[in-house]
Design a binder for this molecule. Structure first.
Ligand SMILES: Nc1ncnc2c1ncn2[C@@H]1O[C@H](COP(=O)(O)OP(=O)(O)OP(=O)(O)O)[C@@H](O)[C@H]1O
Length: 253
């Protein structure tokens, strides 16, 4: 039996008058990697940013309707503490964006905001989180150096560690490897595979091969509609919808 950790029903999103998500019903299964694929402009990033309501701060002109159930609650209804929600549903962006602070401070930032003050506690969290992000061995002797001195792949693993430091249930990733070289990409893909032992991941990717390699479930979006969602192998090898087949065989997109 598989349980959904996030469920959207009839989810609609508009920027001003421009509706870009047209009534999406999507279940994100706990402990899985879900990939969102589809041609440029189909609404993948919008959908992702809506799942933890980050869209409300990133695009104040966005209006949302429908329901998003997380932890048994419709997060679109009533007042939701944004900081608290983002602690539970973290986000990693396309371009690594560490704070211009030390490696240690990047990871300790979230826990500090959420009330962890004791040095020893913070040290333990930083070590554990960097270990989970497979970065500890590479940085343990330079924790107080600037994060900006790390390589691109290391910076992205640090951003993942930063997101993991508040112990989220779900990690949203918007094309997390698109700014990276192939070796760093491989490192992040390996990491995502390992993360699903402890976390649920929803990832936007432009690369169908990447979705096929690392996701359990793939959702194909086209012009703001969810065309098909299925087990990744099924979706790529026997798509149910003609539009999905046309997209994955490169007929458009
Ligand atoms: N802040 C915004 N204000 C107004 N329109 C926006 C905003 N962000 C995105 N859009 C529009 O919403 C639509 C969906 O964009 P979105 O970035 O979600 O698509 P996407 O599938 O992630 O695209 P890509 O693959 O190119 O990143 C596009 O038409 C885009 O121009």
């Amino acid at each position: 039996m598989t349980d959904s950790i996030i469920k959207t029903e009839n989810l609609k999103v508009a920027y001003g008058e421009h509706q870009v998500i047209h009534g999406i019903d999507l279940e994100v299964i706990e402990g899985e990697v879900t990939a969102l694929i589809g041609p440029s402009g189909c609404g993948k990033s919008t959908l992702l940013q809506t799942l933890n309501l980050l869209i409300r701060s990133m695009s104040p002109n966005a209006t949302l309707s429908g329901t998003i159930t997380f932890s048994g609650k419709n997060i679109l209804k009533g007042k939701m503490d944004a900081l608290d929600l983002r602690k539970q549903i973290g986000m990693v962006f396309q371009k690594p964006n560490p704070f211009p602070k030390s490696i240690f401070e990047n990871v300790a930032y979230g826990p500090r905001v959420h009330g962890y003050k004791k040095k020893k506690q913070l040290q333990e969290i930083v070590e554990q989180t960097l270990t989970d992000a497979y970065l500890w061995d590479e940085v343990k002797d330079r924790l107080h150096e600037s994060a900006l001195e790390l390589s691109g792949g290391q910076q992205q693993r640090l951003c993942i560690a930063r997101a993991l430091a508040t112990k989220p249930d779900v990690l949203l990733m918007d094309e997390p490897t698109s700014a990276l070289d192939p070796v760093s990409t491989q490192g992040i893909e390996d990491l995502i595979q390992k993360l699903k032992e402890q976390y649920t991941v929803v990832m936007v990717t432009h690369q169908m091969e990447q979705a096929a390699r690392i996701s359990d479930t793939t959702a194909f979006l086209y012009m703001g509609q969810l065309i098909e969602v299925n087990d990744t192998t099924q979706l790529f090898f026997s798509p149910k919808r003609q539009q999905t087949e046309d997209y994955i065989t490169g007929k458009f997109g």
